[in-house]
Design a binder for this molecule. Structure first.
Ligand code: BYC
Length: 338
């Protein structure tokens, strides 16, 4: 049986950049920077760091990119929990590579945010003091080895569905970072699927372990796409600016449609008795999401919120000497080459 294909990342679009503060319009009339920005967005051109941009556009990008970067580095924790207990050398090597990839994604994204005039230190401080969010999904525990497979299949699968359109985001540095991230996420999704398939086809105990993991990760994965469209405060503006290309509900529907046949191929059941194909809509109908649970997790009251942020602060403190050593080395190197 072939492993169902994960959505693949498109190659990097090569749209021209928005012209910096061009002032002459077609009839020679002077154009405001805002008009130049609006025209670039309308023409699907890229906005680059030195281009004029509305302050609200900049702030919204910082908010989204920072939340995204924080999710990548906090997301290392639930999976790292299983590195020392991976069932074979092969599984351990794959998992270590995956967790390292997530750190890399964090780095690309913090770098993209820095092009908007914020520093990484400032963003990390906001994460550590609860002033910026990270994805709700990482506040759930990884109780068994099968959770590593379920995260790869469902969490990385949801991430790809959400992030492939971000490769076409109007802000150049974010869009370009997403191209590479999506390629790596596709590999992560495949490894999760393959690990779950091995369990599903294993002993009855292994099959039950895979099913239990899917039962626990399915609904939180659907919450990753954010609140329903009528409660999404940022969607309309972000879509007008072409930061987001699709609404939260649209991407969630797309993800469900992708997962149903994959679950069938895995021999596992998605924990939703209301899941059925709707011929008229051309999509699967699915049951109601527990938005009260989502709000609790966002408020900080999910099963692992406290553990995740405590561990993150500790890792940051433990890494202080590395940052100091790197800064000292850079200063010395700078002096030597002056
Ligand atoms: N969790 O108006 P809305 C990964 C917040 S990394 C927490 O719809 P927007 C991976 C939202 O921020 C996965 N908070 O917002 C890593 C906003 O709050 P603020 C992360 C959420 O921005 C390692 C408020 O709710 N992916 O996959 O239009 C290993 C209202 O929401 C969540 C990204 O970050 C949530 N689930 O849409 C494996 C992708 N949902 O800021 C895998 C980039 C919403 O007003 N981000 N909120 O305080 C996005 O695409 C969009 O920001 C979202 C939300 C779709 C997430």
């Amino acid at each position: 049986m072939t492993v169902p294909t994960a959505p693949t990342a498109p190659t990097a679009p090569t749209a021209p950049t928005a012209s910096p503060a061009a002032t002459a319009g077609p009839a020679g009339a002077r154009e405001t920077p805002e008009a130049v920005f609006d025209a670039a967005v309308a023409a699907d051109e890229r906005i680059e760091p030195r281009d004029w941009m509305p302050e609200a556009y900049r702030a919204s990008l910082v908010r989204q990119i920072a939340q995204h970067a924080h999710s990548e580095i906090i997301g290392m924790q639930p999976e790292a929990n299983w590195i020392t207990r991976a069932p074979s050398l092969r599984r351990k090597a794959i998992l270590m590579a995956k967790v390292q990839d997530e750190a890399g994604h964090g780095l690309y994204l913090y770098s993209a945010a820095e092009t908007l005039g914020v520093s990484r230190d400032e963003l990390l401080d906001k994460l550590h003091t609860g002033r910026q969010k990270y994805s709700s999904i990482f506040n759930y525990p990884t109780l068994t080895w099968a959770d590593v497979g379920a995260i790869g299949w469902l969490v990385d699968g949801a991430a790809i569905t959400n992030q492939v359109p971000l490769c076409r985001c109007s802000y150049g540095p974010y869009a370009r970072a997403m191209v590479r991230i999506c390629k790596e996420e596709s590999f992560h999704q495949r490894q999760g699927y393959e690990a779950l398939l091995a369990l599903s086809r294993g002993t009855p105990e292994q099959h039950a372990m895979a099913q239990d993991a899917v039962d626990r990760w399915w609904w939180p994965s659907l919450m990753m796409f954010g609140p329903p469209d009528d409660e999404s405060s940022h969607s309309a503006q972000s879509m007008a600016w072409k930061i987001k290309r699709h609404s939260n509900d649209e991407l969630r529907r797309r993800f469900v449609d992708i997962c149903v046949p994959q679950a069938e191929a895995l021999g596992l059941t998605l924990p939703d008795p209301e899941l059925r194909w709707n011929e008229e809509r051309g999509h699967y109908d699915f049951g109601a999401i527990d938005w009260a649970e989502f709000r609790e997790v966002l408020k900080g009251d999910g099963p692992c919120n406290e553990q995740r942020i405590t561990q993150r602060r500790r890792a940051h403190e433990d890494g202080a000497w590395v940052r100091e050593a790197a800064a000292a080395h850079a200063a010395k190197h700078g002096e030597a080459t002056r």
